[in-house]
Design a protein around this ligand. Structure first.
Ligand SMILES: [Zn+2]
Length: 334
């Protein structure tokens, strides 16, 4: 990774506050640079990498990545905090939902990526292998694309290795979330989110999600900012007291996508964060005459992670998602 200073106090890699632009060594990425802020304490310690803007409309997360740059001070910390506030540079000013416009791939489901793949896959590979190569933890912040409302939740990847699971869950618990999702180990068989791609290489990454409809709401910004600061405390980068927790942080161990059963207009009965029972009606699909075409029912008892807010949804496209509480499995009679 090559880094060029712009408004820095110090040279890249030196203690102090660095601000500049990074470029990655993979030629497939050479047309772009990434804004990077790195705050390095005089004393050695852990390295925390923080990003947002994989989805460019998830603006509360992007604003949190900007604000966090001013909340770490080299003289009051040990180790390093490195922040890239907008990962999906090709989508800047294009307002692309979910995907990178160059290859139409969702960067968020392309980890660990590939140095010989498409742009998004090369970018994931560069994030893991260059920018985050020596990071103790990577936090990627998300939530609230143009047509969705998400609960406040965090994601980590569960593996067969308890020594990897414990710190991953601990970092995910640093956020004052409604729901903490530990993805099933089976997710690691395919490209996935950062927690999945990193865990496949025995490394630690988590995600935080908060926001709705491309809005810059203060509550979601604070959720991300406070959670990342708590992660930095857990890594002993800073020593200030942790913020208080007010939400339930319900531990969940599955993430179920629920698709629209037919083309139509989706009208939701429940909002993100709500508890739902198996087979409970979560909403209806209607036609343009207001007639109900189908009901969408909960496939499992759990909590609503997010729902689409734009009513028009084609058949097979996700309308909402449910997190299943840890220890709860079908046929357990609970
Ligand atoms: Zn996102």
């Amino acid at each position: 990774m090559k880094v060029t200073a712009t408004i820095s106090d110090v040279e890249y890699g030196q203690p102090g506050l660095f601000r500049g632009y990074a470029s990655f060594s993979n030629p497939a990425l050479s047309a772009f640079t990434w804004p990077i802020c790195e705050i390095r304490g005089a004393r050695p310690g852990a390295k925390l990498c923080i990003s947002a803007g994989v989805h460019v409309n998830e603006v509360a997360a992007i604003e949190a990545a900007v604000r966090l740059q001013r909340l770490f001070h080299p003289e009051k910390m040990q180790g390093t905090v490195s922040i890239i506030p907008l990962i999906n540079q090709p989508a800047l000013y294009k307002y692309s939902e979910y995907v990178c416009p160059l290859d139409r791939k969702n960067i968020n489901f392309s980890f660990p990526g590939s140095a010989t793949g498409t742009f998004s896959e090369c970018l994931c590979d560069a994030i893991m292998g260059e920018w985050c190569v020596d990071a103790d933890c990577y936090v990627d912040m998300h939530g609230g694309d143009l047509r969705e409302n998400v609960s406040k939740f965090t994601i980590y990847q569960r593996t067969d290795d308890a020594a990897l699971n414990a710190p991953a869950q601990m970092m995910a618990m640093c956020f004052d979330s409604e729901i903490v999702v530990g993805l099933p180990a089976s997710h690691m068989q395919n490209p996935g989110r950062p927690p999945t791609g990193f865990a496949a290489h025995g490394r630690l990454a988590i995600m935080s999600e908060a926001g709705a409809n491309g809005l810059l709401d203060e509550d979601s910004v604070r959720f991300h900012v406070d959670g990342v600061l708590n992660v930095a405390r857990a890594l002993e980068i800073i020593e200030t007291p942790p913020t208080a927790f007010g939400r339930a942080r319900v531990l969940c161990d599955d993430y179920l996508w629920v698709a629209a059963p037919c083309d139509g207009e989706f009208h939701a009965d429940v909002e993100p964060g709500a508890r739902v029972e198996r087979n409970q009606r979560l909403g209806t699909m209607r036609n343009f005459f207001g007639e109900i075409l189908a009901e969408i029912k909960a496939p499992q008892t759990g909590l609503l992670l997010w729902r689409m807010t734009h009513p028009s949804i084609p058949k097979g496209s996700p309308a909402l998602a449910i997190a299943v509480e840890e220890g709860f499995h079908p046929n357990m009679g609970r």
